[in-house]
Structure formats: C-alpha cells, structure tokens
Design a protein. Structure first.
Length: 582
C-alpha cells in the first residue's frame, strides 16, 4: 500500500510540471501531428506526439548522463523551430533551467545575459549563433551543444546534439522535474535600462497555461497555430504549451521575415503577433488595393466600408437591418473573404500583445473580418494581466483580468497585480526591492483605468511619460498611435522632455523610392494630430536617414522602442529641432 501511495504521489508530481503536458498528450493521442516544420524543398514535415516524446526523452537522458545538475542554467540561442521546443522540454525534464537567448540580440547583450543568469550549458543553433558568445565565455561553459553537427568541432567542449542524444540509452522514466523547480529564467525587455532576470517555476507556468485555456477555450486538436515569435521570451512558449495541452498542431516558422509568405500555406485558426506586425499587414493590404485596377479598387473600398458599418453596429448592439445584412453578404462574397486569404482564410481571431494597438487599426481589421484581441501582460507574471476574449472584446481596452489575477489601480493610476503566476522577485533581489508590496501586489510601472464593466484601459508607461516645460504631461504611446496612422510613416518617436512642446523623430517608408516632400509630411501631421489635445500635437519633426533597428540597439527583440538609447543617439538632432524651428 505504501509503495502504491508513493507511486501515485510521483505520478501526480509529474503531472504538475511542464513536461507533464507532453506525457498526458502522448497518452491521449500518440500518433496525432504535434509539430510541422518546413523543409528545404518547400514541403512541411510532420512530427507526432510520440515522436516528440522520443526525442525529448533521449535528450533528457543524455543531458543527465552528460552531467547536467538540477538547477543548472541552460541557455538556448537558436531559431524558432521544433528543435527549440524539444530541447526546452528535455532540459526541464532533466531538472535544468531554460534561459532563452534571442538570436537577433546584440552580442554584448547576449554575453551580459549569460553572465547575469549564470549559464553553464549553452545550446546553439549553428556556428554563426555560437559566435555571438565570445571565446572566453565559451571556454567557461561546462558543455556546448550544437544543433548543427558540423559546427560541433568549433570548440573543445562542444558536442553535436545528434551525437549527444544517441550516445545514451534510457528507460521510460525520463522526466525528473518537480512542480517547485525553477523551470525558466526570462528577462525584462530592457526598454528603460538593463534587462532584469526573472525565475519562474513549473507550477507558475502551468497556472498560466490553464488560465489561457480557460479564456481561449476553442483551442482544440483540430486547431492550427503558428510559432514564429522569439522563443527567448515567454509569450510564444506559453502558446506552444497551450497547443500541447490541447493537442493543437504547431507550425514552426524559423525566419520571422517569411511569416507573411507562410501563413497562407499554414492557414492558421488563431494567430499571435505584435502591433508592428499588424501595422505592416495593414499597409501591405492597402498597397495591394492601391495597385489594383480602378474598378477593383472601388469595389474593395466599398467592401471594407460595408464591413466597418456592420462591425460598428455589432459593437453598439443596435439592429443591422435587412439591407445592411444583404450588403454585408455581398461584401463578404466579393471582397472581404478574398482579403482574408492573405492570412490563410481560416482565422477565427488574432491576438496582439507587447504594446498597445492603435484604435483605428483594430477597427480596420474588424471590418475585414480579422478581429484582433488585445492582451496585456508583464514578464513578472506568467499569467497575462488581462485579455479580451472571443465574443467579449472591447476596442481600446486590453480586456478583463485573467483568471487567477487580482488587478487594481494604485497610486497615480499605476496598475498593480497579484496572483498565482506572479514571481517572487528578480534574481538576486528580495520581494520588496522587486516592486512587490507587503500585501502581495506587484507594481507594474504601467498606468491605466477600469471602466464600469471591468475592462482595463492602458494609458502609458510611467517611465516613458515626460513633462513639458509648460507643466503638461505627455504619454508618448498615445501620441505615437495617432500619427502612425499616416500610411507612409514607418516609425514614429515622440521626444521633448522639459521642452515647450513635443517633437518627433520619423522614419518614412518612401514608396517606389520617391522621397516624400517635407511640406506634405507637415500637412499630414497637422491633419492626424487634430484629434489630440493641443499640447500633444507635433509641430517639429525630423525624418531620420534609416530605420530604427534591433541591431543598433534601438529596438528590443519584441520591437519596443528603447527610448533612452534613441534620445541619446539623436541628441544633436533633437537639440537642432528646438534651436532652429520657430
């Protein structure tokens, strides 16, 4: 009886870890397709749940035999592939701690994250990615694992993943993980300073998956999801775990630049992205319409306008009327269905996180029939703070609090949250120093408000807000959203701390290589700013010679602006704006 009780306890423990999702899925549907990956010839290969478990089990056994200690930090720097996911689950099963490193990050930042997290085992996609880690740090690694067999000869302590996992024969007991083990260390985006390291346990990751599946209950075995965002962050990994828990198929796109070409092939049911992606998608749709013959252009614009009227009526709860319904059916058949094919034609809804979406863009996509559900989260909480639900979305809001989260508005409008997914503090810091109050609420640094129905609206980030010399406050995100509606503006940064009025640094997408006249930009800025308060309007601007990029440290990997870096780099330009402009 004691042995049976111990066995049952061990089974329950394994069920409550991240690899437990995979174990349960293999028991339910071992032969169902888990992952699809694109081959060099353009075909999509399939991997069953049983095959995934086989790779994960062999790798977990190999990592343990190679000397991986419980709690050892394992860095993964590789493209978004099924390999990444298998290595992720195997490391957790071997009681290692996964630290995602962004392949597109600066070499210096990768090195700093390795040191800060205490990484001693490094998994790299190939020699090029391994080269982002300097030779001294490579020598300090206990083990380097290369996904590319040929690249394993680049360092004395390196081994090919294929050779490593085939060198050991294991049994069925491949998962040693425990619910309160640290499963991963992630880093804040570092928009306002050096990234901070955040440990999260298996238990907190499972809480997040369960909360997400409670809200997005339509994810099932027939669903097709896309994995294309950086796996260094938590957002994409949590979506992949949701797919595992429900048996959905995940299609991996290793190069984010190819995502638009791939979604039409994948035909996803649910798609996750960031505002920057949706802005580019909207611009691409508009350019295709503009390039069409005159008759098709008029038809497309009529169809979108008809969809917009129906969407407004639906949101307002008013009657649509027979004539509107007939027009909408015609618009669907002639226009909207064809536009939606750019995303594969099977989208139920799209999800946006990372930064606020402009209201006009939400309206545009809802008119087309591609609704975007905004969500809001912080790295410190595995559960998103709030999210719009299918059928329960409110434009301009980030939805209602997620299950398990207790959210309130604190002093000066700051959003505070507590719940089962909340961290215990940054690595090396106690709870108080990490912004967690004695009552358990974490101060997010974001400001917002609730409406009467409990929908949360973001107003900005306290660290980004700045005061003009007139005493007025500027929330950059709100101002930038209004001006990014101008179709040729690619990037827009509001500046002007302690100045009399705000100014802007602008990156222009000049169609066909033709420069856009400064007088036209000024006129369009005046028109777009008419909806803003007078003190928010942009009168001074400078067009930058090239785009803001991750490589230049001006953007984070999730495409957020590093404002301090940008303002320092263009300090002379900003000074000249205020010196020369009237």
């Amino acid at each position: 009886m004691v042995a049976l009780a111990e066995s049952a306890g061990a089974a329950a423990r394994l069920r409550n870890t991240v690899p437990g999702f995979l174990r349960a899925r293999v028991e339910c549907a071992p032969d169902a397709v888990a992952y699809r990956s694109r081959e060099a010839n353009g075909s999509w290969s399939a991997m069953s749940w049983k095959a995934v478990e086989s790779v994960v089990a062999a790798t977990a056994h190999a990592l343990k035999a190679d000397g991986l200690a419980p709690g050892e930090r394992v860095g993964i720097i590789a493209p978004n592939t099924a390999h990444w996911e298998c290595l992720h689950l195997a490391t957790l099963a071997a009681r290692g701690v996964v630290v995602g490193l962004d392949p597109h990050d600066l070499d210096a930042r990768v090195g700093a994250l390795i040191d800060g997290a205490g990484i001693t085992t490094l998994i790299a996609g190939d020699a090029r990615l391994l080269a982002k880690v300097d030779a001294a740090r490579q020598r300090r690694m206990r083990r380097i694992v290369l996904l590319d067999d040929a690249a394993s000869r680049t360092s004395r302590n390196a081994v090919a993943w294929h050779a490593l996992r085939n060198a050991v024969t294991g049994d069925d007991r491949w998962d040693d993980s425990r619910p309160d083990d640290v499963a991963t260390i992630i880093h804040t985006s570092g928009t306002t300073g050096a990234p901070k390291a955040i440990p999260h346990t298996h238990r907190r990751l499972r809480v997040a998956v369960e909360a997400l599946l409670d809200v997005f209950a339509d994810i099932g075995e027939e669903s097709r999801l896309v994995s294309w965002l950086p796996m260094s962050g938590l957002f994409q990994r949590m979506v992949n775990l949701c797919a595992c828990a429900r048996g959905a198929t995940t299609w991996f796109v290793d190069d984010p630049r190819e995502i638009m070409a791939r979604v039409a092939e994948i035909q996803p049911h649910i798609f996750i992205g960031v505002p920057r992606f949706y802005e580019k998608l909207d611009r691409g749709i508009a350019e295709r319409i503009d390039a069409a013959p005159a008759g098709q252009r008029r038809l497309a614009r009529w169809g979108i306008a008809t969809g917009a009227r129906i969407a407004r009526a639906r949101r307002g709860g008013g009657p649509r009327g027979t004539l509107k319904t007939i027009r909408h059916r015609a618009a669907e058949a002639l226009v909207l269905r064809r536009i939606r094919e750019v995303m594969g034609g099977s989208i139920r809804y799209m999800i946006s996180g990372s930064a606020p979406m402009p209201l006009w863009l939400l309206d545009r996509f809802e008119a087309i029939g591609l609704p975007i559900l905004e969500a809001y989260g912080v790295s410190e909480d595995t559960v998103p703070v709030a999210a719009n639900r299918p059928g329960r979305a409110r434009h301009g809001s980030v939805g209602q609090p997620m299950p398990g989260n207790d959210v309130r508005i604190g002093e000066e409008g700051e959003i505070e949250v507590r719940g089962a997914g909340l961290f215990d503090g940054y690595l090396g810091q106690d709870r108080a120093a990490s912004g967690i109050g004695p009552d358990g609420y974490y101060r997010t640094g974001d400001t917002g408000r609730f409406d009467d129905d409990g929908y949360l609206y973001l107003s900005g980030r306290r660290a980004d807000a700045f005061k003009l010399s007139t005493g007025r406050w500027i929330e950059p995100a709100e101002v930038e959203a209004a001006y990014r509606r101008i179709d040729y503006i690619d990037q827009f940064v509001v500046v002007g701390r302690h100045r009399a009025s705000p100014a802007a640094l602008i990156v222009v997408d000049a169609k066909g290589g033709s420069p856009i006249a400064r007088a036209r930009i000024a006129a369009d800025l005046a028109a777009a700013g008419s909806t803003l308060a007078h003190h928010q309007r942009i009168a001074r601007f400078e067009v930058l010679p090239g785009p803001l990029t991750i490589d230049n440290d001006e953007l984070t990997s999730s495409l957020k602006l590093r404002r301090a870096v940008i303002e320092a780099r263009y300090a002379d330009v900003i000074d000249r704006l205020y010196r020369d402009a009237p």
